[in-house]
Design a protein around this ligand. Structure first.
Ligand SMILES: [Fe+2]
Length: 206
């Protein structure tokens, strides 16, 4: 699998200790974001396996998914803690988190898949995402996978402004946005694997 996207100024040393310490930092900074990232890693693994990618790719995408929102550590804390709707300015600040995450990770970890996932998990298949407005296969596949897992998890969670969706409701949302927000092949893979992995999914979302 080629991960072809490079962000300017990326540099890395390939250090697992750095990765571990980032997990700890994220957990102590905001435990809910850290838990979200871990669940997204588990869902992304199911999808990646269903797509027929290798064990190494499954592992690599899961690792990247577990840090995909690391850039939120560089967003003002009160935004993460805010229970009401974000203002337009606050939303703009929050939407910087993919680039902030790339800036933080690229100094520490040599992993193009991780850079691609962190930087592109809010891009959309139709080009209406952010930060770059990439479309279709311009978006690296690992980021297209994590985008589906990310939204699925966000829907399943109860948040201050919405109740938790059931699995069927969240799946219906993804299917509805297949081909617009999401890569249809990735949505199809999740639909297929979720029929077989009902017990695993029920454990992740008790
Ligand atoms: Fe995000």
């Amino acid at each position: 699998m080629m991960v072809e996207l490079a962000f300017p100024g990326t540099r890395s040393t390939g250090d697992n200790h750095a990765e571990d310490s980032l997990h700890w930092s994220m957990h102590s900074f905001h435990a809910a974001t850290s838990s979200h990232c871990h669940r997204v890693g588990r869902i992304a693994s199911l999808i990646t396996r269903q797509l027929g990618l290798s064990d190494a790719e499954v592992h690599s995408i899961a690792r990247a998914a577990r840090l995909h929102d690391i850039g939120k550590m560089d967003v003002p804390n009160h935004l993460l803690l805010k229970t009401g709707k974000l203002t337009a300015d606050e939303r703009a600040m929050m939407d910087c988190h993919p680039e902030l995450g790339v800036a933080r990770i690229a100094r520490l970890i040599d992993d193009p898949t991780m850079i691609a996932v962190i930087g592109c998990h809010h891009e959309q298949w139709d080009g209406c995402g952010y930060p770059r407005g990439l479309a279709g296969e311009e978006i690296p596949l690992p980021a297209r996978i994590v985008a589906v897992a990310d939204v699925y998890d966000a829907l399943r969670e109860k948040r201050s402004y919405k109740s938790a969706y059931s699995h069927a409701e969240a799946l219906a949302y993804l299917v509805d946005a297949s081909g617009t927000k999401f890569d249809p092949a990735v949505v199809d893979a999740f639909v297929a694997v979720s029929r077989r992995a009902t017990r695993i999914i029920a454990k992740i979302y008790p």
